[in-house]
Design a protein around this ligand. Structure first.
Ligand code: PMP
Length: 330
């Protein structure tokens, strides 16, 4: 029998799969790690469980406690899922630009959401940051995970994601590529892979053009979940050998190709990471094995990256359709 006791036991141990089509012309092996197969749909399930475990151990989170975090994305889903299973309440503070679908995922797990105006300065008492700080202070038994600075984020990847990649490639991995948001994934996974390989594995960050990790100032980009305009504590730049900047247009075109040509429906930061990996692979050869972490699935982006009208409205070209009914009837 193969039965998990609870859904939390299904976090991690995500599979690696080889890319075949988008790698045409390259000789290095490119493998992707499918984090959308986590129960909450992203790599963030991993950090959620590690952060909550540590908070329980340290007495920061007690039975009946409340988790308060300003997050609209995958971290919220991970925290909501773990909190639901462990009996904690969750309050997420979201800017009003966050769409209804994303809000509904959080409330589906039983979380409460507080919506704040996007158009106010960070120091304004109504801002996303001010409201979450106030709620964390005023709600009795509140705990704020603070994913950008919580060391348990990178540690979850050091203890699990890195060892999974080493084990599943039989130690043949030579390069690891991941997008950088909080920096937790690349810092923890990269640190483990460097240590276990006597510093032989090369660690490559992928970053949206304009973000600080690749030398920008934080100029806006559309790819979600990656890039920053400040330096989070979860990111250790000494782990990373190189950061490759990728445009929104290239990230989104590759995201569409992964679905159309590889059958892998993932988000824009995954497309971005694959673009960076393929650029690195141009200089590599047959003995090289690149592992690329794909953080989440594509379902959350159907109205954006996978929507022709949305793509056109930002001036991005659409990936060519595989076929049309008209040419099938010919
Ligand atoms: N892609 C997506 C879709 C994400 O939600 C995140 C997390 N912010 C990342 C990439 C980057 O991961 P990390 O925060 O560990 O750098």
């Amino acid at each position: 029998m193969k039965i998990a006791d609870t859904v939390l036991d299904l976090i991690g141990d995500t599979p690696l799969v080889k890319l075949h089509k988008v790698t045409a012309g390259l000789t290095a092996t490119v493998l992707v790690k499918l984090e959308y197969l986590n129960p909450g749909g992203s790599a963030k399930d991993r950090i959620a469980v590690r952060i909550i475990d540590a908070a329980e151990r340290e007495g920061l989170l007690k039975p009946g406690g409340t988790i308060v975090e300003p997050t609209s994305g995958n971290t919220g889903v991970g925290l909501a899922l773990v909190a639901q299973q462990r009996g904690y309440k969750c309050v997420f503070v979201l800017p009003d630009k966050v769409g209804e679908d994303k809000r509904n995922v959080l409330t589906a797990y039983g979380a409460e959401i507080v919506v704040t105006p996007t158009s106010v300065a960070p120091e304004d008492p109504e801002s996303y940051y001010s409201v979450s700080d106030r709620l964390a202070r005023d709600i009795p038994g509140a705990f704020k995970p603070n994913q950008y600075f919580n060391p348990n984020g990178p540690l979850s990847h050091y203890e699990k994601t890195g060892p999974e990649i080493w084990r599943d490639t039989d130690g043949t991995v030579t390069h690891f590529v991941a997008g950088v948001g909080t920096g937790g994934t690349i810092t923890g996974t990269g640190r483990y892979l460097r240590e276990v390989s006597n510093d032989a594995v090369r660690i490559i960050g992928a970053d949206p053009e304009g973000s600080v990790y690749s030398g920008g100032t934080g100029r806006p980009y559309l790819v979600e979940g990656v890039g920053e305009d400040f330096w989070p504590g979860a990111y250790d730049p000494t782990v990373v050998h190189e950061v490759i900047a990728v445009s929104d247009a290239d990230s989104f075109a590759m995201t569409r190709r992964l679905a159309l040509e590889e059958g892998i429906l993932v988000g824009g930061s995954s497309g971005m990471a694959v673009v960076a990996a393929l650029r690195a692979a141009e200089k590599l050869g047959q003995g090289d094995t690149i592992v690329v972490l794909l953080p989440d699935g594509g379902r959350g982006y159907l109205g954006k990256i996978f929507n022709d009208g949305w793509m056109r409205s930002y001036g991005f070209s659409n990936a060519p359709a595989g076929h049309t009914v008209a040419n099938l009837l010919e």
